[in-house]
Ligand binder design. Structure first.
Ligand code: 7RM
Length: 647
């Protein structure tokens, strides 16, 4: 972590205690939850599981910890879909709106809990009819439409694990994930709306399906209206299957440790990891955090998380947390600047959104668009605003507070990961005095410590973020690769979970997250490994060698910068290679800039000097280059980087 960043954060002295007005209605004021959890974290989580989740059979053991493998609420049985739907309908809240859905073109759907339950029951029967049984995997590759939620909950209802692949991923990425999980069924759509146009999904899926032998059936939702090929016997329209499906499908009890989903995330190698999450612990974690971090009052709040269901934030804080809590939420299909830069604020006004959860990269984009955009709308309904996905710089935090939160809403900066399942470090809006740019403290029930290189606990200053004891939503492993699970998270600091993030503790004990310390980039809150992009580049026939680094970027947090050496006599343009990466991984992984160079800077033993390339990309003076085999390579790259900043 660059020293300047730490210095800049240290200068941040502003503090914002919760207002008296907010405290009056808040679920948590003061320290009682922290005290309770501190005394006995297992008993604390057990109380949450009992109060917030409905079980069809109680558990015998709260937690079994065979490091690094944990099991929670052992012997307990429950159904996640029952918790998210049936129990609200049974309690007389079937008429309550679960989802205010807004399509990008402006079409809308209002879906109550009773209607969502009906749809999920029918789709559960559809999946069963296609041969899906308990323990199978179902892949989901959909735009942000209600059917994504329906498909996930239907899987949960019948005990199949879903593996959602973000619609922006390429056919190759989809095929890799389907094959790793050996999924039986794929749920996709013809296309979806984005930036005023239909983007096709089914043709991408078709390309993937050419190399996914495990898939027996494909269900296609009609959304984009674009023409698609349907392969007879394999492909089926969602609406046709639904029209024929039985209406009722009882929620079967599942074991607390039944696999709920796989979600693939980038690691430091080229191969994404299938992160495993199970049933009882995960649901407890996301229900608890969604209720307390956002101070959710389901009878009066309208909640909106702008994530995509293809990311873990969409799983935990669009689908499972909010629905388990019986919240009313907004789901929006499209981009924030269609038809204008004020689209999100028009949605906040239209639905009276009270809780808004987004990413720093979005906030920095709103800053660029200017304060006149939110000023066009009445945002007075907002009362809690949140941030997730990457470190939020104090300037963006203050802008968010002032211009979206009227200087009056608590800002909750929430740190967590795909692997943690739910929020781990965050303020509680009625209890925590915030500082702009700090995620503040571990939540009650969570143990987090900063350690130095040798694993010693630090109480002040910078180091590595570790988690000190198991928590209910923690990943249960990496699909098919227990060794990689141990090595990635538990080997660096024995007995501790290593998150891969740098962190700093200030004089008051506040945590400041400093970003990744490994080869994982964070671009607009999306995790992409440098190796993955390098592999994509070298798979192009013209590329001999490639090095990829994440350089600081004012809007996206980090930007992907690639250095490429072409094969002798080969021709390829920057556009060719960017498109190639989009085809291999997806548009989110396209390098922002590609520098062509006859050689990459290497140590004498042949290792590419990525640190040095990052320095070049960020325009820093180079330190020690004496270990380089050929220092002139760097001088050349540096002068070109300087030129491109002047352009
Ligand atoms: C939820 C999510 C995880 C990585 C994580 C961090 C970074 C996430 C924050 C943050 C600073 C935050 N899951 N990160 N939230 N850094 N402050 N509030 O993003 O698996 O996709 O990414 O994201 O580096 O390790 S994720």
């Amino acid at each position: 972590m660059a020293d300047e960043t730490i210095e800049a954060l240290l200068l941040e002295q502003r503090k914002f205690p919760p207002s008296e007005a907010f405290k009056k209605r808040a679920h948590v004021v003061g320290t009682h939850l922290y005290d309770e959890a501190h005394a006995d974290y297992e008993a604390f989580w057990a109380r949450q599981a009992e109060e917030l989740v409905s079980w069809s059979q109680p558990w015998q053991t709260v937690c079994e910890w065979n490091p690094p493998f944990s099991k929670w609420f052992i012997g307990g049985q429950l159904n996640v879909a029952y918790n998210c739907l049936d129990r609200h309908v049974e309690a007389g809240r079937g008429g309550k709106v679960a989802i205010h859905w807004e399509g990008e073109p402006g079409d809308t759907r209002t879906i109550t809990y009773a209607q969502l339950l009906d749809e999920v029951e029918r789709f559960s029967n559809v999946l069963r009819g296609l041969g899906v049984t308990r323990g199978d995997r179902v892949n989901i590759y959909l735009p942000m439409i209600p059917e994504a939620v329906v498909a996930m909950l239907a899987c949960a209802r019948i005990g199949a694990a879903h593996s959602v692949v973000f619609g922006g991923f390429s056919s190759q990425a989809l095929a890799d994930r389907i094959n790793d999980a050996s999924a039986k069924v794929l749920v996709t759509a013809d296309g979806g709306w984005r930036r005023g146009e239909v983007f096709a999904l089914k043709p991408q899926a078709d390309e993937a399906l050419a190399s996914t032998p495990s898939i027996e059936h494909v269900v296609v939702v009609r959304r984009g209206g674009n023409a698609v090929d349907m392969s007879a016997g394999r492909d089926h329209w969602y609406h046709e299957l639904m029209a024929r499906a039985d209406e009722r499908c009882a929620a079967e009890p599942m074991d607390s440790e039944q696999l709920l989903f796989l979600l693939y995330t980038s690691g430091t190698t080229g191969k994404p990891k299938g992160i495993m999450h199970t049933t009882g612990g995960y649901l407890t974690h996301v229900t608890y955090t969604h209720k307390y971090v956002f101070d959710l009052h389901p009878d009066s709040d309208v909640y909106w998380c702008t994530a995509d269901v293809g990311w873990v934030t969409g799983h935990s804080y669009i689908v499972y947390g909010p629905l388990s809590n019986g919240a009313t939420q907004v789901i929006y299909e499209g981009v924030p600047n269609f038809p204008g830069n004020d689209r999100l604020w028009s949605i906040v006004e239209k639905y009276g959104v009270t809780i808004f959860y987004t990413a720093p990269t979005a906030i920095r984009t709103f800053m660029k668009w200017g304060t006149q955009e939110p000023a066009k709308h009445d945002l007075s309904s907002l009362r809690v605003i949140g941030s997730v996905g990457e470190p939020i710089n104090p300037e963006a935090w203050m802008w968010y507070r002032e211009n979206i939160g009227r200087g009056d809403c608590p800002v909750v900066d929430t740190w967590w990961q795909t692997e943690t399942g739910g929020i781990m470090i965050s303020p509680l809006p009625g209890a925590t005095t915030t500082k702009p740019g700090s995620a503040t403290f571990p939540l009650p029930g969570v143990g987090a410590e900063v350690v130095d290189e040798s694993g010693r606990t630090i109480t002040k200053g910078g180091g590595y973020l570790t988690l000190t004891h198991p928590w209910p939503g923690m990943l249960r492993g990496i699909w098919g690769d227990p060794e990689r699970y141990k090595e990635t998270y538990w080997a660096r600091f024995p007995g501790r979970y290593f998150a891969g993030d740098g962190a700093k503790l200030d004089d008051d004990g506040y945590l400041w997250l400093l970003g990744r310390v490994d080869d994982v980039m964070n671009v607009s809150g999306h995790r992409i490994s440098t190796t993955e992009v390098e592999s994509a580049l070298v798979s192009h026939p013209s590329v001999a060698e490639a090095a990829v680094v994440g350089a600081n970027d004012a809007t996206t947090g980090q930007a992907i910068i690639a250095y490429v050496t072409l094969r002798g006599g080969a021709q390829a343009t920057e556009t060719d290679l960017r498109n190639h990466v989009a085809k291999e991984i997806g548009a989110i992984a396209k390098p922002k800039t590609i520098y062509f160079t006859p050689d990459l800077p290497k140590t004498r033993s042949g290792k590419i000097m990525r640190r040095l390339l990052r320095d070049v990309a960020e325009g820093r003076n180079l330190g020690d280059t004496t270990t380089l085999a050929d220092a002139s390579v760097v001088a050349e790259l540096q002068s070109r980087a300087a030129q491109s900043t002047e352009d």
